[in-house]
Design a protein around this ligand. Structure first.
Ligand SMILES: O=C[C@H](O)[C@H](O)COP(=O)(O)O
Ligand SMILES: C=C(OP(=O)(O)O)C(=O)O
Length: 362
């Protein structure tokens, strides 16, 4: 595929046509009911972030979706649990289709939906959007990480909360992207533990930007954004250890204040905060629950990695048929039963904080 002119596309091995965002949305339209879920949940998440709603935001679900059927089964269970706990928790399902890799590895359902190195991106986009619509049909809002700057055009209308990962928080391309996204976005501290990088990203994303992008019809265009005031820091721990403790949260709130930004953070109970050990996520959640029950307010949300079956398994490309159903092929996840008790304990902590605050106000 490389050009014979010896200067152009010398390392491009192939170019294939890609469905346009408009065509995909036409094939798989957002229903009126789905739109209502997105609009209402974006407002609810924003109110939690602003402290206007005293519930805890809980972004919970698999590290990555590799099997839409298992993702949908998880969503059915979570929709019922979310309804049970809705007075105290604002639940968003983590539905991640794009995986940023430290070096190499499977990059997620959009990039390689057949899990075999065939990279059928058009099929990946269809599978991702179809699952998002199915989850919204259950009344459950979804949260995605945005990694490729073009992907949001295909799915962002279905997303109520977004994330920028630890490896891209310092990227200007991603900060610009956030400034134009229609939902609140959590931005993570770096893998080495640099929280200022996330604070700087929240500040940059709140501002307007002008940058190149792709239109609904797949044409290059220059986009102007108005800035996103609903971005916030996610403390995800680091290679140096956890950062969900009270002092780290206070330190982050002080940095946000110095930058003229609202004081709120989400804690990621996985990744550096649990050393990627799924058995430690409930310990993080229990610590946050105890602090909430004691009246702490800076932590407005918690992210948890959870799937039907606990732990993780190795993915060998081309051998998806031998995978255990409902178990992560990326980072280890809490299993469903543990997830239920963790979410119930978090809800009880929020209810207790509310009761204390009401009795204090009397
Ligand atoms: O959340 C997922 C992973 O931690 C992230 O994609 C990095 O994974 P890797 O270090 O296995 O590449
Ligand atoms: C990649 C992720 O996390 P981080 O960016 O914190 O490593 C994730 O949440 O899937």
């Amino acid at each position: 595929m490389s050009s014979t002119d010896q200067v152009h596309n010398q390392r491009i091995a192939g170019v294939r046509p890609m469905v346009s965002p408009a065509l995909l949305r036409d094939e798989l339209p957002l229903t009126d009911a789905g739109r209502a879920v997105v609009v209402q949940s974006r407002t609810a998440v924003t109110r939690v972030l602003d402290g206007a709603d005293d519930r805890l935001l809980v972004v919970v679900g698999p590290c990555s979706v590799h099997d839409p059927a298992a993702g949908l089964e998880y969503a059915r269970r979570l929709a019922a649990l979310s309804a049970e706990l809705s007075e105290d928790l604002c639940v968003v399902m983590r539905v991640y289709f794009e995986k940023p890799r430290t070096t190499l590895g499977w990059k997620g359902l959009i990039n390689d939906p057949n899990l075999d190195g065939s990279f059928d991106v058009n099929h990946g986009l269809r599978a991702a959007r179809a699952l998002l619509l199915d989850i919204l049909a259950l009344g459950l809002p979804v949260g995605c990480e945005f990694l490729d700057p073009i992907t949001p055009q295909y799915i962002a209308d279905t997303v109520s909360w977004g994330s920028i990962g630890a490896r891209t928080a310092q990227s200007q391309v991603h900060r610009q992207l956030c400034s134009g996204l229609s939902m609140p976005i959590g931005i993570k501290n770096s893998t080495e533990g640099d929280v200022q990088a996330a604070v700087d990203a929240v500040k940059a994303a709140a501002s307007s930007h002008v940058f190149p992008g792709v239109t609904d019809d797949g044409l290059a265009a220059i986009f102007s954004t108005s800035g996103n005031p609903d971005c916030h820091v996610i403390l995800r721990g680091s290679s140096a250890g956890p950062n969900y403790d009270r002092a780290s949260v206070e330190h982050t709130l002080a940095r946000l204040d110095s930058a003229g930004l609202p004081g709120r953070v989400i804690v990621d109970g996985s990744h550096g905060n649990s050393g990627k050990d799924h058995l430690r996520q409930p310990t993080v959640a229990a610590d946050i629950a105890a602090r909430l029950a004691a009246g702490e307010r800076g932590v407005v949300g918690l992210m948890l990695e959870s799937f039907l079956v606990p732990g993780r398994q190795e993915l060998t490309l081309g051998e998806a048929a031998s995978l255990t159903y409902g178990q992560s092929v990326t980072d280890a996840c809490m299993g469903w039963d543990v997830t239920v008790s963790v979410l119930r304990d978090l809800a009880a902590a929020v209810a207790s904080r509310r009761a204390d605050s009401l009795s204090g106000a009397r």
